[in-house]
Design a protein around this ligand. Sequence first.
Ligand SMILES: [Zn+2]
Ligand SMILES: [Zn+2]
Length: 350
Amino acid sequence: MKTIGYCAHDQNSPLVPFTFERRALRSNDVAMEILYSGVCHSDLHTARNDWGWTTYPNIPGHEIVGRVIEVGSDVSKYKIGDHVAVGCMVDSCQECEPCHHHEEQFCENGMTQTYNSPDRQTGDITFGGFSKHLIVREEFVLNVPQTLDLSRVAPLLCAGITTYSPLKTWNVTKGSRVGVIGMGGLGHMAVKLAAGMGAEVTVISRSENKKADAMELGADHFLISENSDQMAEKASYFDLIIDTVPVKHDLNPYTPLLKIDGTLVLVGQIGPVAEPLTTPLIMGRRRIAGSLIGGIKETQEMLDFCAEHNILPECEMIRMDEINHAFERMERSDVHYRFVIDMATLEAEA
Ligand SMILES: [Zn+2]
Ligand SMILES: [Zn+2]
């Protein structure tokens, strides 16, 4: 299938239109027309080879919402016209223990990522959602509940599941005390989802800038991390803190805020953090943990939860040809709170 997307040809150039072939439909494949694509920080990092593992040409995009246009002969869950979604993964071995436990993101043989990852059968590098069409095996396609506003669903597929999964893993429920560090794409979803689960939510931020937004999105409290009196007041307070900060930072101001057995879970920064002090960990049996997106089953559960509670990201809709400007704004954290590309704007270029 011939289609068009936006690709980076190397780490220094802007994304440009690119015509390419999607694979022929396999018997268990779903083909979709992409309607909306969210823009994640990983897209920017990968396009610019910040992590050193990018293959060019690179078509980013792993927050994808579309409409089914064709299905393979063995597909049973979807039919032409259905509204569907794809997140960060498009395949896994389906045979190892994590795969059997619906945690394909931890597949022992390596999940296939939506872009910049070799196809398990052909070895061809996958191309992501900044494109007109996508072909994915049925098991990795999600159903979009009808009541959700389709134009705002896309960021749930990465930002949504990345924050939903730790909330579930650490059993957040009515009355749990949840802290959220950093209020960007991930953080604002953590606030909405935790509030939706009935938790008492506190946004922890360096300055008061985002206080009004935080309260509007569902936070109960706002804690300024530069204010030592406020921080001391919240010592041993939280059951769970979700740390969404995407750059190297110091965890030591935050660990004393946890209750005994409380957990600070990292979802933003892949790479080094400042040297952690063990005293607050040992003296309070506190934990520092990490979490990576979520499995397909849990991602579907998250979409259904968002439909039930009418939870959607705050989005800024852009045209496909505005992507390079959007990347620049993301670097300055100048986005409220996620860019979504209206993929109909790519049609004109094709
Ligand atoms: Zn992402
Ligand atoms: Zn596996």
